[in-house]
Structure formats: structure tokens, C-alpha cells
Design a binder for this molecule. Structure first.
Ligand SMILES: NC(=O)c1ccc[n+]([C@@H]2O[C@H](COP(=O)([O-])OP(=O)(O)OC[C@H]3O[C@@H](n4cnc5c(N)ncnc54)[C@H](OP(=O)(O)O)[C@@H]3O)[C@@H](O)[C@H]2O)c1
Length: 276
């Protein structure tokens, strides 16, 4: 356990899906213990559930949460974030670390509200719940100690990387956080096609899952071999796979996907403008 982390009180402002996923990951990995975790929420229901499940401390007000935490995780929806922190901005102190999960709110914008804190953006995706996430973080300032702490805090949730700027942060968000949704969309098409060919839903789901997991795990275990090379190993000239791939290329699946990625990135910028 990181020695610094072991002594820190981590307060979650907002106790929704992401807060719960991170709390679960941190406790199960032993990166911190339940007596170091605090949470506040707009309404009490989720707090009670978190307390019952993980024995964390629940706090009645956001202000009191900030006053009692060394690290504050801002885990409310982006549209609720500025309303939540504006009235309590002066309660934050200059030795506090603030981790923002909010999509679309840059460090620069947050620094206007909380200029005194050590600020870092963090972007997990939902597979973080099972320790298989991709988690990016971007500190507002160069801060080696903060980066080391983020590595320790996030690595139980999955593959963790520090990104260089807001552009990279957005690319990680689109490809890995929204990307999880995009991959699931493709899995739905796979499953539907299999069902149309006489398999029941459950079998089709399993076949789809095993195909996606199998391809991913094979690629993961052959990490020095490019995806292209692995693909060529299942593709014989003029064969069945080659015919399917040729059609995918003629139909410009890559272009369609790229446009979807760009649309998601544009929406992120739009949200950011709406919040400002
Ligand atoms: N879900 C994802 O895959 C994902 C991935 C990466 C990043 N994120 C980011 O994580 C953040 C949280 O997302 P989420 O999916 O966890 O949302 P969520 O499940 O809706 O949770 C947000 C929580 O914030 C609480 N809240 C709202 N206003 C508050 C206030 N003023 N004070 C205290 N609590 C307040 C809500 O309380 P109520 O119970 O009263 O509604 C709710 O429990 C967002 O900024 C999102 O961009 C999410």
C-alpha cells in the first residue's frame, strides 16, 4: 500500500455509479481501508447502501466532506458539478488533492473555481468495476508526487496512464469510456446475426462473448505481434474470412467508426461549452 495513501482520507462528493465502482476497486485491492473513505450525496439512499456494503463513513453535507478529506473525488454528473462546488469553494485548502471525474470540464475551468488545490482529472471506464478498466489521468500542474499517488490509486481499477494534455484526455475518453459502449454495440450486432441463424439468445451471447474475449486475449498474449499480423493468420487468400474482410473494407467500416468517434468528441466539446 502507498504509504501516503494509507494515511489519507478520501472523500467522494457524489455516491453514484462511478464512485461506487472506484470505492469497490480500492477496497478490494487494499489500496486503502474503509475507515479512510467518506462520501456525501444529494439524497441519502445510495449513501446508506454504501455504508451497509462497505462500512464507509457517510457525511451529511458536501462542505463537511471537504473539511474532513485529504483527497476529494468530484463524482457528480458534469452538469451538477459547478453548482455543487461553487458554494463550498472556500472550504477547500491548498494541501488538498481534488480528483475530478467530470467529462467535458477541463482543468482550466475547474481551476477558476478551485485555484488553491492540487487538481487532477481522471477518466475511468465501466470495466473498472471488475478491475479491467482503462483509466487516464491529467494533473493540472506538473506534480510528480500527485502522479505517483494517482498510479497507486487507479491501478487496482485497470490499465492506468497519465496523458499529456486535454486533447489526449478527450481521445482516451472517446476511445475507452465511450469506446466500451461502442464495442458493446458491435457485440449486439454479432449476437443478433447468430440468433437469426437459429441459435438461442443465450448461446449466441456466449458465442459473441467468447469471440471478443478470445480475440482480445490472444492479442494480449501475443503483445509483440501487431493486430494486422494476427488477423492475417486467420485469413487465407480468397478464403471465407478474406471475403468478409473485403466487404467490411468496401463498406468503409473504418470510416463509419472514425466518424462516430469524431461525433463523440464533438459532443464532449459541446458539453464543455454548455457548462461554461
Ligand atoms: N459512468 C461512467 O461510465 C463514467 C465514466 C467516466 C467518468 N464518469 C464521470 O463520473 C461522474 C459521475 O458519473 P456517474 O455515472 O457515477 O453518475 P451518477 O450515477 O448519476 O452519480 C452522480 C451522483 O452525484 C450525486 N449528486 C448530484 N448532485 C450532487 C450534489 N450537489 N452534491 C452531492 N451529490 C450530488 C447524485 O445524487 P442522487 O442520488 O441524489 O441523484 C448521484 O448519486 C460524471 O462526471 C461522469 O462524467 C462516468
Amino acid at each position: 500500500m502507498n504509504q501516503l495513501l494509507k494515511r489519507q482520507k478520501i472523500g467522494f462528493l457524489g455516491a453514484g455509479n462511478m464512485a461506487q465502482a472506484i470505492i469497490k476497486g480500492m477496497l478490494e485491492s487494499g489500496v486503502t481501508s474503509s475507515d479512510n473513505i467518506l462520501a456525501s450525496n444529494r439524497t441519502p439512499g445510495k449513501l446508506q447502501k454504501l455504508h451497509d456494503q462497505y462500512k464507509i463513513q457517510t457525511i451529511d453535507t458536501n462542505e463537511s466532506l471537504v473539511e474532513n478529506s485529504d483527497i476529494v473525488v468530484l463524482a457528480v454528473k458534469p452538469q451538477d458539478l459547478l453548482t455543487a462546488i461553487e458554494p463550498i469553494a472556500s472550504s477547500f485548502t491548498d494541501d488538498q488533492i481534488v480528483i475530478s471525474l467530470a467529462a467535458g470540464i477541463t482543468n482550466q475551468t475547474l481551476q477558476k473555481y478551485l485555484p488553491q488545490v492540487r487538481l487532477v482529472r481522471m477518466m475511468p471506464n465501466t470495466p473498472s468495476i471488475i478491475g479491467r478498466g482503462v483509466i487516464g489521468y491529467l494533473p493540472a500542474e506538473n506534480d510528480e508526487a500527485l502522479s505517483a499517488l494517482m498510479d497507486d490509486l487507479c491501478s487496482p481499477l485497470g490499465y492506468t496512464l497519465k496523458v499529456e494534455d486535454e486533447d489526449q484526455f478527450e481521445a482516451l475518453m472517446v476511445s475507452c469510456s465511450s469506446g466500451t459502449g461502442f464495442v458493446l454495440e458491435m457485440m449486439m450486432y454479432w449476437q443478433d446475426w447468430i440468433v437469426e441463424h437459429g441459435f438461442d439468445e443465450e448461446t449466441a451471447k456466449r458465442m459473441t462473448l467468447e469471440t471478443f474475449m478470445g480475440a482480445s486475449m490472444l492479442a494480449a498474449q501475443s503483445k509483440d505481434i501487431p493486430f494486422e499480423e494476427l488477423q492475417s493468420r486467420v485469413t487465407s487468400k480468397k478464403g471465407v474470412t478474406a471475403a468478409g474482410l473485403q466487404s467490411m473494407r468496401e463498406l468503409e467500416i473504418e470510416r463509419a467508426l472514425r466518424i462516430s468517434f469524431e461525433k463523440a468528441a464533438m459532443r464532449s466539446k459541446e458539453i464543455s461549452r454548455e457548462i461554461k
